[in-house]
Design a protein. Sequence first.
Length: 278
Amino acid sequence: SPQSRSSAASDVYKRQGWDHSSVASDVFVKNRELNIFGSAEQIAFIDELLGLVDEVAEEYRGELGQVEAKFSFPAIFLKRFIGHQHSNIHGLERKYSVSVAYEKRHVNDEAYACTYLTELRFRGLKDNIIKACAEIRSLVRSLVVRRVYFTRNEVKVILGNLNLVKREIFPAEFRVNREPLLKELNHPFYHLYYKEKEVAIVGKEEEVVPAEKLLLDLIAKDRAKNGPPYLSVHYLWPSGFKLQLTRIKKDIEAEFPRCKLIYHDAAPPRKNVTVTLT
């Protein structure tokens, strides 16, 4: 009967929160009364439909509470924050129900300066983002960068044992500065170059100290096996006698095949030719 159908429909709406009798006295609440007549199957369909509407509404209310935020920290720590196979970043997203986007161009083995920053972008509830940023800040504060300088041959020794180095120092990281090895020094008399390569070890203090010792031990073993590294001696040569250097270079390199004589013209403010025997 119509009466029984109306009663069934009323029961459905009460279960879905459509009974506003408790707030009817609040004039600021806008209520709408909905009466539907139909068969039991149709009422069941409406019941399911209203349930879906409630779910969508709940998701929408959640979206309204979401914000976006940015967080910057040294790019050299980005790989450590992401973690092996993204374990750290995925764990942070699950823990605080946020999404995190990072700058992929900074995920490399570059030995960035600590003043060079990368940026994270967060999306989620404000309080959750604040907690996630606090955890990242705590991680960054626990990390250090130890920069050690090696000659070109020493760097070759380390790179020749790269798999061993990475395995032994994990979770610390090993980085090599990609700047050209031969970079001129700002010297008033000699035309000289930096001949050392910068190696950066990234991690916590208790990880970095043994990692540095491992690298130094590798170099020491190589020296014990192959002898001391190459040395360089520098001289100043009068510019007026530069032509004689060609003959001297030829004679020295012929008599001592493992030696090289290199000379550079005098560039202001320098007044003499720099001669390097290596």
